[in-house]
Design a binder for this molecule. Structure first.
Ligand code: ME8
Length: 665
């Protein structure tokens, strides 16, 4: 189908606050949307998948000030880290919006003026309860036990002149939208919104602040800054070019098919956002989906509470497929669920290694051993036909789950057929067929297994991105399909298979738990430092068993300190910079060739604001030599150059003396 005739499908994640490192909670939403986007693309839709960063507001301004850096330099660094995370997680987003993008800022300022001129925004005075971390005003009746209903923290009295959005005007239309259509899913969220907010009376919403200035200024009253939600929510249309000269994407993809977020911001997406769109006379999104939280030791995993799990660490150890699989299969879409290392390891060992990995390993090994990899189909018996029918039924069943969207259920169905294939081996006992010399039957049995693997790997492509590709290219000798057109049992193929690297080797759970617990203690300390608010909840920090109740062992890594042994794991050395060029499409990155006394390495470093490439050639720098290679802007960087960051937020090289290769300690 050509792009012109394909049906558009637009899916979004929330734009994440650029205020600290993201954790597996954010990965959850982004991976779920990615699976949806990949599935829809392969299912014949013209997909636009948007994610991005929410970069204005008091929190960001304060965090930047605490680091002695400008808000812009601060958010630039975080946006880069967040994009690196999405590259790591194989996220196939088509757009990445930052609320500091000039086009977004301009469109929001114009949209604000439009609403003001229409009378839907007016100036008045606000007095109420203010939750600083959430940047939300609340009425007394909305508080839960006198605390912020979203995050449970203390609120303070606050009074301020500000502009209001006339949310109350849209209350009836919003109630109808929520109760008479399937706009908001799952259904449990509708009740929450109607009972907790709409039926209590929708007040007009304060949409500007004068207490800080890191944000989009009200064009006709610049002492006011447009408050976070009316700046953030329109990202879903400004990213498509709404309000700008190039609005082709807006015409094509709006209204959005699926806004996905966790439950704490469903209120903004299902009440405030449709009201803004109604005021702008724009079509409403088709679906808002509020999933549950990943909890950690019974508490919501959050940047500001410090109980985070670092997705870089988990993917370094187990690979991207494992984390994606865990998130998509073990967290029921819609409900809360607890993260534990045990659950992650059991998903890896039981489902990926045992069920999927073993099926592929055994089948490819038998195919090689009995037929030198060449298998074709012979006469099918009743059992084979039943197996083939289950394979044929898979795509429609998975499609139905993806439309709901129930991603875990869809994966369960694919693993159902994988389980069936493992049973098919046990029932048909190929080793006995080999012994008795029934080669025709043996060939057909192996063929049916290869077919099951092919169809399951095809359907797994949206969910886990690496191993199914290896199955196609390495195992089955086939190109990786970009659609589902061949997702049915086909008796007419001629295979030439090869054995492939396993998805993962079986993990020693005890050993992994011990090592993860150690890392979790260190990571929590590090993320607390990065967060910078000094508000990390110590009592909830992961302890050495990965649970949320213990203090770290002072001998090891307590209170942000590391031991001398840990420090000595870092290898630092002097390098000569031999070549240096700017990285295209990046304002900050330089690509350097450095000599470390033994070999030349490519290093990508965010120092373009401090140096012209030419002035670095022939000078020395300090290299972190044993850092795992990482991709930045598509270039693999084989180490990192140490920098000091001054008050202007610009990193400058730490210059050593000595010759290339000299150790620094
Ligand atoms: O709220 N479990 O940004 P944010 C599941 N900028 N999902 C989680 C999670 C957890 N423990 N923690 C985070 C904001 N998430 C605003 C959004 S949109 C116009 C503006 C995911 O950085 C989940 O999707 O706090 C949640 O809604 C989002 O991250 C909150 O991200």
């Amino acid at each position: 189908m050509s792009a012109k005739t394909k049906k558009p499908y637009y899916v979004t994640t929330p734009i994440y606050y650029a205020s600290g490192s993201l954790h597996i909670g954010h990965c959850y939403t982004t991976v779920c949307c990615d699976a949806l986007a990949r599935f829809k693309r392969m299912d014949g839709y013209d997909v636009y998948y948007l994610t991005g960063t929410d970069e204005h507001g008091q929190k960001v301004q304060r965090a930047a000030a605490e680091r002695g850096t400008s808000p812009k330099a601060f958010v630039d660094g975080l946006a880069e880290r967040i994009q690196a995370l999405w590259t790591r997680m194989d996220i196939s987003n088509d757009g990445f919006i930052r609320t500091t993008d000039p086009d977004h800022e301009k469109a929001v300022a114009e949209l604000f003026t439009k609403l003001y001129e229409k009378g839907d925004i007016y100036k008045s005075e606000y007095s109420g309860k203010y939750c600083e971390p959430c940047e939300s005003f609340w009425t007394e009746s909305q508080l839960v036990d006198g605390k912020c209903p979203d995050c449970g923290r203390e609120v303070r009295d606050s009074k301020e002149e500000c502009y209001f959005f006339r949310l109350s005007k849209y209350a009836d239309r919003i109630k109808k939208l929520l109760t008479e259509t399937d706009f908001l899913q799952p259904d449990s969220r509708v009740k929450e919104m109607v009972n907790n907010f709409i039926d209590k009376g929708l007040s007009d919403l304060a949409v500007t602040r004068t207490s800080f200035d890191w944000g989009i200024k009200v064009p006709f009253d610049p002492k006011h800054v447009i408050y976070v939600w009316i700046d953030a929510l329109p990202n879903y249309i400004t990213a498509l070019g709404y309000g700008g000269k190039k609005s082709g994407k807006f015409k094509k993809y709006w209204p959005c098919d699926m806004h996905v977020m966790a439950k704490e911001i469903v209120r903004f997406h299902s009440i405030v956002w449709p009201a803004i769109l109604m005021a702008l006379d724009l079509p409403l999104p088709k679906r808002v989906y509020g999933h549950g939280w990943i909890m950690f030791g019974g508490d919501k995993m959050s940047k500001s509470k410090g109980n985070v799990v670092d997705p870089f660490v988990l993917t370094d150890r187990y690979g991207v497929d494992a984390l994606r699989y865990y998130l998509l299969s073990s967290v029921p879409f819609g409900d809360d669920s607890n993260y534990t290392s045990e659950l992650l390891l059991s998903a890896i060992n039981n489902n990926l290694v045992n069920d999927l990995g073993n099926l592929v390993r055994r089948t490819l090994a038998m195919s090689r051993q009995y037929f030198d990899g060449r298998v074709e189909c012979g006469a099918l018996n009743d059992g084979d036909r039943e197996f083939a029918a289950a394979i044929d039924a898979l795509l429609p069943a998975v499609r139905e789950d993806m439309d709901k969207p129930l991603l875990g259920k869809a994966l369960e169905k694919i693993f159902g057929v994988i389980g069936m294939a493992n049973k098919y081996i046990d029932i048909n006992k190929p080793w006995e067929l080999n012994k008795t010399g029934d080669k025709d039957r043996l060939r057909t049995v192996i063929y049916c297994l290869v077919e099951a693997i092919r169809v399951c790997a095809n359907l797994l492509l949206p969910f886990i991105t690496k191993y199914p590709r290896r199955i196609f290219e390495g195992g089955l000798g086939l190109p990786v399909p970009d659609d589902f057109s061949a997702c049915k049992f086909d008796a007419n193929r001629k295979y030439s298979t090869s054995e492939i690297e396993p998805i993962l080797n079986r993990l020693d759970v005890k050993k992994e738990l011990a090592e993860l617990a150690e890392i979790a203690g260190d990571a929590a300390d590090a993320s607390k430092k990065q967060d910078g608010y000094g508000k990390a909840d110590k009592a909830k920090k992961p302890d050495k068993a990965g649970k949320a109740n213990g203090a770290a062992d002072p001998e090891k890594a307590g209170d942000g300190m590391i031991t001398i042994d840990e420090f000595f794991k870092t290898e630092l050395c002097v390098v000569d910079i031999e070549e240096c060029v700017k990285v295209e499409k990046s304002n900050k990155l330089l690509k350097l060739t450095v000599f470390d006394g033994a070999r030349r390495r490519t290093i990508v470093s965010g120092i373009a604001n401090a140096y012209a490439p030419d002035e670095l050639v022939g000078t020395k720098a300090t290299l972190v030599a044993n850092l795992k290679p990482a991709k930045l802007c598509g270039i693999t960087s084989e180490g990192m150059l140490l920098c000091s960051v001054g008050e202007d937020g610009v990193p400058r090289l730490v210059r050593p003396t000595g010759k290339a290769g000299d150790k620094i300690c």
